[in-house]
Design a protein around this ligand. Structure first.
Ligand SMILES: [Zn+2]
Length: 403
């Protein structure tokens, strides 16, 4: 009898432990989406979004009212962006703040202002059993993507940053090749050979990826035009046929990771920033439209899995001090568009000429650098309401994790 009561008591204790565990688990699962898409438009201020929508409205024969998919999302916020040591952030400090939830000094990736390595939301989710995809239209070891997997005191050390990829264990990387492909002196082991030696299948172009990498455990997609070199192809006019758009890279990544396990994708429209640095209005718009097309890929997935998916779209900082309107209240869209088409989609003007030309179309650019204004945040899906209103970029990580 005594033995029976001991057994019953033991069962009761075990049952309470199990129910306690399952309660904890359920509340975590309620807060955290199974499938997470984080889109970062590098340099994409609110005015960049408004300018792209003004262009879409012009194409529809209207003064306004046309929308990108991102601005139709139900939750909207603004994000403050200063870094640990500057009013105006750079992409590596902002990428680190978004990824790791802590302010960092300009020029550093994945470390805080005390030089300590900090964990990115991607690394944290990897530990929780998520598969991870890191995608960009610019090089994979550029500032924003590297903030999700690397820890380094100088964003300029592209070769060393690539060497952090194997330790991340992330399953999928895609982008426009690697900066410093063979090191600063061009004499080191090629980055693709290093990655192959460390468990990654590296392919160039969509066809090669499908035939060589699709059935592997970990893989890297590079644009076909970046074989053996760093990337400077950031407008559609620079791309080869075998290259992929941001949306195609995301589709490839989703096919590669599958849906059985939870996943996290960081998808960067990196070339929005590059064209904004050059004060190039039409390429900047093209890059935002490409970015929005990639968001459509995620949104289709959300529509099929609405109770398990979170999509958030934001930026790391504004680039160019863009104004929609610079003297005249009419934007000369036809003039802007014609110049871009006639140039063969390659800007031939220097920055001064370019700025004057843009002003003559009533588009203002005040700098070739970054600015410190708040950037937009758009969200839809599980936990999207947490991204409403004003926030700092260091709050994004915990909002994704539902903490
Ligand atoms: Zn930039």
């Amino acid at each position: 009898m005594r033995r029976l009561s001991i057994i019953l008591a033991a069962i009761a204790v075990i049952a309470s432990v199990i129910s306690c565990n399952s309660q904890t688990k359920t509340s975590t699962e309620d807060n955290k989406a199974k499938y997470v898409f984080l889109f970062i438009g590098d340099g994409m201020g609110s005015t960049h979004v408004a300018t792209a929508e003004s262009y879409l409205s012009y194409k529809a024969g209207k003064l306004g009212g046309e929308q990108l998919l991102m601005t139709t999302f139900p939750y909207y916020g603004t994000v403050t962006t200063h870094s640990a040591d500057k009013h105006i952030t750079c992409s590596s400090a902002a990428g680190t703040a978004i990824a790791c939830g802590e302010k960092a000094n300009n020029g550093t990736v994945g470390i805080n202002k005390d030089s300590l390595e900090i964990e990115s939301v991607a690394s944290r989710l990897k530990k929780d059993g998520y598969k991870i995809g890191i995608i960009s239209t610019v090089p994979i070891n550029h500032a924003t993507p590297s903030a999700f997997y690397a820890h380094h005191d100088d964003r300029g050390d592209g070769y060393e940053i690539s060497q952090d990829i194997p330790e991340s264990g992330f399953e999928f990387f895609a982008g426009a090749g690697f900066l410093e492909f063979k090191g600063k002196d061009g004499q080191r082991e090629p980055t693709d050979a290093f990655l192959e030696r460390n468990g990654y299948s590296v392919s160039y172009g969509l066809n090669e990826f499908r035939s060589e990498s699709m059935n592997k455990e970990k893989a890297v997609f590079c644009q076909a035009s970046n074989r053996e070199e760093s990337a400077d192809n950031y407008t559609s006019g620079d791309r080869e046929e075998a290259d992929a758009t941001l949306g195609q890279m995301l589709e490839l990544g989703m096919e590669f990771l599958g849906t059985e396990e939870p996943f996290f994708f960081m998808c960067e429209g990196g070339a929005i920033d590059w064209s904004a640095h050059g004060n190039l209005t039409m390429p900047m718009i093209e890059n935002i439209l490409e970015f929005d097309e990639a968001i459509k890929v995620a949104h289709e997935f959300y529509l099929a899995h609405p109770d398990e998916t979170l999509i958030i779209v934001t930026a790391d900082h504004e680039t160019g001090g863009l104004t929609l309107g610079a003297g005249s209240s009419t934007i000369k869209w036809e003039k802007l568009e014609n110049e871009w088409i006639e140039s063969g989609k390659k800007s031939t003007m220097d920055s001064d000429e370019n700025r004057k030309f843009n002003k003559s179309c009533s588009i203002g650019w005040t700098t070739g650098s970054h600015t410190g204004g708040a950037v937009p945040m758009f969200a839809i899906g599980v936990g999207a309401e947490r991204f409403n209103g004003r926030m700092d970029n260091t709050e994004i990580k915990s909002k994704i994790l539902g903490e």
